[in-house]
Design a protein around this ligand. Structure first.
Ligand SMILES: C[S@@+](CC[C@H](N)C(=O)[O-])C[C@H]1O[C@@H](n2cnc3c(N)ncnc32)[C@H](O)[C@@H]1O
Length: 379
């Protein structure tokens, strides 16, 4: 099957590397998606193990389409009876960029009619509608420069929904983005890690899960498991593989703090749900109080951005104090995600151009500012 993994802007290299580590070297990144070939076991493995991809799609076909008639004919020509059944609940999700078929709701309606017509004919169903009281299948209709890609979504809920984050908190990072920020940093299991603005705990939890090799999707379900076309047992095998690869006995040095006591208790609860609470030390503290004798550690944080009116003076002093902290820890590396365009000025130091990455956090364009500390002497 042709599989496709959408990812957030700026994360192509990260997702590609994660795929390589999972044994998928033959991949191609294009227009916000990575494509690769795989079977149902790969669908299960990718859903369970991938840390920063958004979902796992099966691509049923691709063709240039400029009119509703072309769209209908192409969608009708695809083998829907191999993937859907007479009771499938079909949800269409559409996207159109730089294409003549810009009215995506109308295109979705045409696509649905074509799918239903084909299924009624191939499954010899009477009538022109389906009961749609069975398993959900989200069908993707994506147009880019008039090229239509039709896919079905094996994940269902996006892969950022690991399941551990159940309590609401202001401005949490998507788990997939947090995992990518950790992958982009120099952090690894033998180093100290700190998030001094931990909020609901996403960054330290993702750091612990990566270091303990806990698969992000091992405790959740995916839409494909309810599909008749998917062989039984593939998810179970992927979960068994996930259990076998875990290294829970590893000792980690992960510190998470926030000035808001409510954030700290939420973060602790989420860490417990993720099964990593023993690997993280929590504290309710102002970032300015951070002190450590440990060397060569890594701070990865998502501080407040000062988006609201009147917050700029507060942010300026917070970022300035963060810059002072960095200078006081010469062998620590620090990675900060913020949408504040003046971050470097306030922090007091420019980052190397190659060390500034543009990332999107909830549609806000952010800079991921990276400052490396001194390296440990070679043994
Ligand atoms: C954008 S939120 C972090 C969200 C977090 N990454 C998550 O996924 O939930 C920023 C956090 O910084 C905290 N904060 C603000 N000023 C702080 C300070 N001086 N020291 C420590 N934490 C601070 C806020 O309480 C808030 O929880």
């Amino acid at each position: 099957m042709n599989l496709s993994i959408p990812f957030a802007s700026g994360l192509d290299a990260v997702v590609k590397r994660q795929l390589e580590k999972l044994g998928y070297a033959q991949t191609k990144a294009e227009n916000g998606r990575i494509s690769l070939c795989g079977d149902w076991s790969d669908v299960a493995r990718l859903n369970v193990f991938l840390r920063s991809g958004e979902r796992v799609l099966i691509v049923l076909g691709k063709q240039k389409c400029e009119t509703f008639d072309e769209l209908f004919d192409f969608v009708y020509s695809l083998p829907w009876e191999d993937y859907l059944d007479s009771r499938s609940l079909i949800r269409i999700e559409g996207k159109s960029v730089k294409s003549k078929l810009g009215a995506i709701k109308a295109s979705g309606g045409v696509a649905k009619k074509a799918i239903v017509k084909r299924l009624c004919e191939k499954l010899s169903l009477t009538g022109a509608t389906l009961a749609e009281d069975g398993a959900r299948t989200i069908v993707g209709i994506s147009l880019y420069e008039d090229m239509l890609t039709v896919s079905i979504d094996t994940s269902g809920e996006g892969l950022h929904k690991r399941g551990y984050r159940s309590l609401a908190y202001t401005a949490p990072l998507k788990e997939t983005l947090a995992a990518a920020m950790i992958d982009l940093s120099v952090y690894h299991a033998d180093k100290a890690f700190a998030d001094l603005f931990c909020g609901s705990g996403t960054l330290p939890i993702e750091a612990a899960m990566k270091s303990l090799r806990i698969a992000p999707g091992k405790n959740r379900d995916f839409d494909f498991t309810a599909w008749r076309c998917a062989p039984q047992g593939v998810l179970l095998r992927a979960r068994e593989e996930a259990a076998d690869t875990e290294e829970r006995q590893k000792t980690l040095d992960i510190f998470a703090a926030d000035i808001d006591p409510n954030a700290v208790s939420i973060a602790k609860y989420h860490a417990k749900r993720a099964g990593v609470e023993k690997s993280i030390r929590f504290a309710c503290a102002d970032m300015r109080k951070f002190q450590t004798d440990t060397r060569y550690g890594v701070i990865v944080s998502n501080p407040p951005y000062g988006e609201r009116m009147g917050e700029i003076a507060k942010i300026r002093s917070l970022y300035a104090d963060l810059g002072k902290l960095y200078k006081s820890l010469p062998d620590w590396s620090i990675y900060i995600l913020t949408s504040c365009p003046e971050f470097e000025k306030f922090f007091g130091m420019r980052t190397d151009k190659n060390r500034l990455k543009k990332l999107f956090n909830a549609n806000l364009e952010c800079g991921f500012y990276q400052y490396l500390g001194k390296k440990p002497p070679k043994a």
